[in-house]
Design a protein around this ligand. Structure first.
Ligand SMILES: [Ca+2]
Ligand SMILES: [Ca+2]
Length: 358
């Protein structure tokens, strides 16, 4: 039997309690909140949107049990500690290559944006992996507090399980992203994406390892790290970051979660289907089955979901930073704009036994 006594989501200071029956007596045991995690209250929220892309509809009321969620995206430092401890080898390392964004502008493309084939801005780059996200010339040495990228769904799940955690469901991620607000399009209270009107040092090479402006400026003008300007040709970098930003560089949402919109897409545990919301229940929904999974762009290949958008999401293209936005992704593929964070169901540690050894 489990009972939540203190339910305030006061970040690291939150205290929970469990009650166990022993010798006919109730024994109350307190434990500290998990480090850098936020408690999301059990309750209901309206998931999805009838005003977004078709796969976000229908909006429906969903109820969730309470859960802990990481305050930040998992960083390179976090993932390095995991690898050093376990010897884990990622999907991209096993394959020997991975997907890296390359702006058509950088490949001497001179046509109109509308003539660029969708997804043609991805290149399979040899030796691109979490330690060198853009390939052999890249390094994370000065980006240890940036979100880890070039991790597949399988890699992300293994990391979370090793921490006695899980990947969030789409419903958990969306509830967390909405921050307790109702009917919100974004993870912040203002219903628009605000931009600074003072572009700095643009254009900046995409995949630049260095922020071109200070996190302080980013905090003062922008709600998140995304793409300002016409994707995929020109990023005005008004938010100061042409690629990933250190986690926590932008304001937290009302739940105290950083980069829950933007910076990097984040893996969720649901298998993807564009009509998933008509196929699953409304209490703790966990998505369709692997066999039901369907991506119209690649029929026959079961996909997991990613959420929250990335530094490549713009107003003119995917707008994936909206709280209801969904995307399918091959669970064994990795890119340089997809990472993750983990959740921990209340007092559930037994999932550590499920860790998938590489
Ligand atoms: Ca940016
Ligand atoms: Ca994110």
């Amino acid at each position: 039997m489990v009972l939540r006594i203190s339910k305030k989501n006061t970040l690291m200071l939150a205290v929970v309690a469990c009650i166990a029956v022993a010798d006919g007596l109730l024994i109350v045991e307190e434990q500290n909140a998990p480090k850098d995690m936020v408690w999301i209250e059990p309750g209901s929220f309206v998931m999805g949107s009838d005003n977004g892309f078709p796969d976000e509809a229908p909006a429906r009321e969903v109820s969730l049990s309470g859960f802990w969620i990481d305050q930040y995206e998992v960083t390179n430092r976090d993932f390095q500690q995991f690898v050093e401890k376990t010897g884990y080898i990622t999907s991209a390392e096993r394959f020997g290559d991975s997907l890296v964004f390359q702006s058509p502008a950088e490949t001497a493309y001179s046509g109109a944006v509308t003539n660029i084939a969708p997804m043609s801005w991805w290149r399979l780059v040899a030796d691109a992996n979490w330690e060198q996200p853009a390939g052999q010339q890249d390094s994370i040495a000065d980006k240890m507090d940036h979100p880890v990228v070039q991790v597949s769904y399988v890699d992300a799940l293994n990391y979370c399980l090793s921490q006695h955690k899980q990947l969030p469901t789409e419903a958990q991620f969306e509830a967390a992203a909405r921050g307790g607000l109702e009917g919100n399009q974004y993870s912040w209270e203002q219903q628009s994406v605000q931009h600074s009107h003072e572009p700095v040092n643009s254009p900046v090479p995409v995949n630049s390892p260095e922020p071109v402006n200070s996190p302080e400026l980013a905090k003062s003008h922008e709600q998140m790290n995304h793409w300002q300007g016409e994707f995929p040709i020109h990023d005005e970098v008004l938010d100061g970051f042409a690629s990933t930003a250190p986690v926590g560089s932008f304001p937290a949402n009302p739940y105290g979660l950083y980069d829950i919109s933007g910076n990097v897409w984040e893996w969720v545990s649901d298998w993807y289907h564009p009509q998933a919301y008509t196929m699953t229940g409304n209490h703790n929904p966990a998505g369709v089955t692997e066999g039901e999974s369907f991506d119209p762009a690649e029929p026959g290949l079961a996909k997991r979901g990613i959420r929250g958008g990335s530094f490549l999401c713009s107003d003119n293209y995917c707008r994936g930073f909206r709280v209801s936005a969904r995307m399918p992704a091959d669970p064994e593929s990795a890119t340089n704009h997809t990472g993750f964070r983990c959740v921990r169901p209340f007092l559930s540690n037994s999932i550590a036994d499920l860790w998938l050894a590489p």
